[in-house]
Design a protein around this ligand. Structure first.
Ligand code: SF4
Length: 247
């Protein structure tokens, strides 16, 4: 379900360490990740459907941002924290792109996080920023796992290809390997390492939301702390010197 809404504010103060402001041009996310931490947003929208089945497009986001950005001091802006800024509806609404166009003349550091290669569309804009980084979330090397845990999100290989293009174009890139899903750590590290400046790694922190998926696939052993630690170690080793931070 797609709905057009108007936001009251768009550049909101952030509690995320190292992030001063967040911009979320959409509420809801068609990527429909089973573990999504952002599903609490449902209670602000009146939607009763499952997370992933609705998206609200904040159609006034760019005009609102034009007013708000002048009142903010510099700092780091994250795009986005509770939605994916390049989910499919962005093709039509271009709210993320238009927000970036508003931000470009101002002195903010911008950090983009997405699972979608649609981010490549805006590479021309990235050149206008003196400090911008693009992170792509890649939680596994196994596209079968992706289909079970992130049914609406783009295939893993498309995300890796996007990182490759961004990195080759000189854009600062990072991979967010989180939450760790069942994977071959060495294979994933080998695919990512050539195309990133750094990596963030996080464990599965949303077990109650995903337990049924793990159980149905007989994969609950992947939730053991020892297994998670082992995967993290093997990822770091496989990254072969690329700086990795554990969340
Ligand atoms: S892409 Fe991010 S915001 Fe969207 S459903 Fe997945 S985890 Fe949630």
């Amino acid at each position: 379900m797609l709905r057009e809404t108007t936001a009251k504010s768009i550049m909101t103060r952030s509690q995320i360490p190292g992030v001063d402001y967040c911009i979320n041009p959409y509420t809801g996310c068609a990527h429909a990740c089973r573990y999504c931490y952002a599903d609490f947003m449902k209670r602000f929208t009146g939607h009763t459907g499952r997370w992933g089945s609705f998206v609200d497009a904040k159609v006034n986001a760019p005009t609102l941002l034009e007013k708000e950005v002048r009142r903010k001091k510099g700092g780091t802006v994250m795009i986005s924290s509770v939605t994916d800024p390049y989910q499919p509806v962005e093709k039509k609404y271009r709210l993320t792109r238009r927000c970036l166009e508003v931000l470009a003349p101002h002195r903010f550091s911008v950090s983009i996080l997405t699972k979608s290669p649609l981010v490549l569309r805006d590479m021309d804009l990235f050149e206008r920023f003196s400090d911008i980084e693009v992170g792509i979330t890649i939680t596994t090397d196994d596209d079968g796992m992706r289909k079970r845990f992130e049914p609406g999100a783009p295939p893993i290989q498309e995300r890796i290809n996007a990182l490759k293009k961004l990195y080759a174009a000189g854009v600062s890139t990072y991979a967010f390997i989180g939450p760790i899903l069942p994977m071959n750590p060495e294979r994933l590290a080998k695919k990512i390492a050539p195309h990133v400046d750094s990596v963030l790694i996080d464990r599965m922190n949303y077990v109650p939301k995903t337990l049924q998926v793990y159980r149905s696939m007989k994969l609950t052993s992947w939730l053991d702390d020892d297994v998670t630690e082992d995967v993290m170690e093997r990822l770091i080793k496989g990254l072969d010197g690329i700086p990795a931070t554990l969340c």
